[in-house]
Design a protein around this ligand. Structure first.
Ligand code: F6R
Length: 608
């Protein structure tokens, strides 16, 4: 989704902006642009397509200056075109604006503005902001931005420069994240810490409805009512090398291979094997309420929703709590009737997903307590929940979520285990679960060791246009996630189903041209899954089984088999999904897809 990067300092700004834009590429975009204050002038350029297009336009051009704003746009209002790319400007080319988010009342404002004078040059909602800021400008850019904020409805992260206020950038936030980066050579502002991590890891998060004036030497934050806010810097965990490929051909593959490490990070310091109870400092602020809670609703979108769906089964296994799972995009519009002491657990990698954010706000309004299971530290959801658990998976650059998913499963297991041990789960079961979590990274390595075998399977099947993924219980959501991964990165049509639903429809699709990935570990659902495999084989459908190692009964009937080491049943999904991720990756690779930036997708969906 759209990205913002701004810099004001003592260094040449053009390469800093271009580098920052490249670091934001993973979020998904279709055009880009920048504006640089060069003495008395503001020079600006925009281009459709990749950042290299913009780079080749501005390379060699005289664009000197140490103050600039830059943007990657993901089209919402108006097609991807140079005119619609940001920065947008006012009629007299005094004000230049970059904007993430959506101005919801822009139609009304645009009609009014057009009657009064300015002619619009784009189809964007953002252009309204440029004209309004110009009209509201009376010597102070921050006052003009504040006044404009009071006139617009919707969401925004804004970066603004004005010809008459050289040396300063004004930024503002409502519903779209902005972070100020503090370095010895000046200040950065970005929508994502990835854009500045090469230069600094000292950051200040802007809160809702705040405005900041940023100069080379200073920054000053204030509310929409111009009340000054003091805020100190935080240090982020990201390292510049996290955003490098380190020899891997794609971030997706790198991140799949990072999973033994990221699971270790998710459990580090959190396990107390002797007592069979995890330690989760982040939820202590709500512990007294949480330990009495009997209703939890897990809300999330996409892959995070599938993690929540596995989580539901894990909670049911380990605790006495009634658990519901909700798609945040639907949940936010429901008439919510919570029993007393209900907890909402929001699950999100980015912590910025608009639907998930809206869902927790609605739940809070209805009196629920909120917990976040989040990867990005300091993100909006992590700040708006009452307590939380960080996944510690590190930056996920590949648009398709991989390592974060397995970390989500791990942190959900820790939460369920903590609550279960507080209820009826025995010490023996607690200790057993903790030992199994400790062993997980080593078991994932065993799945990764089959990468060549999985690549060979992908080579055999990548030309098939329709796939089915089947699983039961803990692995039903893995069937959904396996299908999602395959369609996202390879554009192959794939459907995920609870295997018990086969006879209710999908079996009509089975023929020799439709491979089925059947997730069949040796657990209580094994026999039922085995019957499903037979049903498919008797209709000549090819079957790729993801089964427990040594399961010769399965091996004899299926076409291909990927082996999982034995593990506690509720942890099987962590292993099975790694096999699905590799299968999707290699199919996409054979098809020459843009694996890390699949078409039409954005890493962080900050609009509805
Ligand atoms: C799929 C994927 C998306 C995200 C979804 C939620 O690979 O990445 O489906 O899972 O957009 O994003 P977060 O977890 O950031 O809320």
């Amino acid at each position: 989704m759209c990205g913002i990067v701004c810099y004001v300092g003592n260094k040449d700004v053009k390469p800093i902006l271009l580098e920052g834009l490249k670091r934001l590429e993973y979020r998904g975009y279709d055009s880009a642009g920048l504006a640089i204050q060069d003495g008395e002038e503001i020079k600006w350029h925009r281009a459709v397509g990749k950042i290299v297009e913009l780079e080749s336009k501005v390379n060699g051009l005289e664009m000197k200056g140490t103050v600039g704003i830059a943007h990657t746009r993901w089209a919402t209002h108006g097609e991807p075109s140079e005119d619609n790319a940001h920065p947008q400007r006012d009629r007299d080319e005094n004000v230049f604006v970059i904007h993430n988010g959506i101005i919801e009342n822009y139609h009304v404002l645009k009609r009014k503005l057009e009657r009064e004078g300015p002619r619009f040059r784009s189809e964007t909602d953002t252009e309204v902001l440029a004209h309004l800021i110009a009209l509201n400008f009376d010597g102070s850019l921050s006052d003009a931005v504040r006044k404009t904020m009071s006139q617009v409805e919707g969401t925004f992260g804004l970066g603004v420069i004005h010809r008459q206020t050289p040396g300063e950038i004004v930024v503002a936030r409502r519903g779209s994240p902005l972070i100020i980066g503090v370095s010895d050579n000046g200040h950065f502002v970005a929508s994502d810490v990835a854009a500045m991590v090469r230069y600094t890891n000292k950051v200040v998060h802007l809160e809702e409805n705040e405005v900041a004036t940023v100069t080379a030497d200073d920054f000053s934050i204030s509310t929409a009512q111009a009340k000054h806010i003091e805020r100190s810097t935080e240090t982020v965990e990201w390292r510049a090398e996290d955003a490098e490929l380190n020899g891997f051909p794609h971030f997706m593959l790198k991140e799949i291979y990072e999973q033994p490490m990221t699971i270790r990070n998710a459990i580090r310091g959190r396990l107390e094997p002797g007592e069979g109870v995890p330690k989760l400092g982040g939820i202590m602020p709500v512990w007294d309420k949480l330990k009495e809670c009997r209703h939890i609703t897990l809300v999330a979108c996409g892959t995070s929703y599938y993690a929540a769906s596995v989580g539901k089964y894990i909670f049911e296994k380990l605790t006495e709590i009634a658990v519901e799972v909700g798609l945040a995009s639907e949940f936010r519009y429901r008439k919510l009737n919570f029993p007393p002491n209900t907890f909402i657990v929001a699950i999100s990698q980015s912590g910025e997903t608009a639907d998930t954010l809206a869902a927790i706000r609605e739940a809070k309004r209805k009196g629920a307590s909120l917990i976040g299971i989040i990867n990005v530290v300091g993100s909006s959801i992590s700040r708006e929940t009452d307590a939380g658990i960080y996944n510690h998976a590190g930056p996920e650059i590949g648009v398709a979520s991989t390592k974060n998913f397995t970390s989500q499963l791990t942190t959900l297991t820790l939460l369920a285990l903590l609550l279960g041990r507080h209820q009826n789960l025995s010490l023996t079961e607690g200790v057993q679960a903790i030992r199994a979590l400790e062993a997980l990274p080593g078991l994932i390595e065993k799945v990764l060791a089959q990468a060549n075998h999985i690549e060979a399977i992908a080579e055999k099947y990548y030309k098939y246009g329709n796939w089915l993924f089947l699983g039961r219980k803990y692995n039903y959501p893995i069937a959904l996630e396996g299908a999602l991964k395959l369609k996202e990165v390879s554009y192959i049509h794939a459907e995920g189903y609870a295997a018990g639903e086969m006879k209710h429809g999908p079996i009509a699709l089975i023929n020799p041209e439709m491979p089925t990935v059947a997730i069949i570990p040796q657990d209580e659902m094994h026999e039922k899954m085995f019957s499903n495999i037979h049903e498919i084989k008797s209709r000549k459908g090819p079957v790729i089984a993801i089964a427990t190692e040594g399961d010769d009964k399965v091996r004899e009937v299926v076409d291909e088999m990927i082996e999982l080491p034995p593990v506690l049943d509720f942890l099987n999904p962590v292993l099975a999904v790694v096999a699905c991720q590799l299968l999707a990756y290699y199919c996409a690779n054979f098809l020459n897809r843009d694996i890390d930036k699949p078409r039409n997708l954005a890493k962080s969906v900050t609009v509805e």
